[in-house]
Write a new protein. Structure first.
Length: 134
């Protein structure tokens, strides 16, 4: 699952993402590499795919939102939105499944051809921040 939690600060919004492949609970797939295992075997290409799927350059050429950290545990991503605009745009793209689609597209380019499951973990906090910004 891609889990999302957001916290507001005076310098922007931090978004914590968890990315996982779609595997139905209770079904064991023999010979199918999990996303976490794929990440361990292909760290650099996976991290580049995540950055390509999530980061956008604004009109000033600054990366916003910006991936600040990527770790194991399926795949954990710390994303930072420098502005209210990039935060709202990210949430809107997330709701429209554009984030999921961009990540799936980038992962397909590096040979991971399974779907990604995307969810918002802390929806109350996320939408409280969205409401404050709007």
């Amino acid at each position: 699952a891609l889990e999302l939690s957001v916290s507001a600060s005076t310098t922007g919004f931090s978004v914590s993402l968890k990315i996982d492949n779609t595997i139905l609970a209770g079904i064991v797939s023999i010979g199918v590499l999990s996303l976490g295992a794929y990440y361990l075997a292909n760290r650099r290409s996976v991290e580049n795919a995540i950055r390509s799927g999530l980061e956008i350059r604004n009109e000033a050429g600054v990366v916003d939102p910006e991936v600040r950290n990527i770790e194991e545990g399926s795949i954990l991503v710390e994303l930072h939105c420098h502005s209210e605009h990039s935060f709202i745009q990210f949430v809107e793209d997330f709701e429209a499944k554009k984030v999921e689609h961009r990540l799936e597209e980038e992962f397909t380019k590096i040979g991971f051809n399974r779907g990604l499951h995307v969810t918002i973990r802390n929806a109350i906090e996320v939408y409280r921040n969205v409401k404050m910004v709007r």
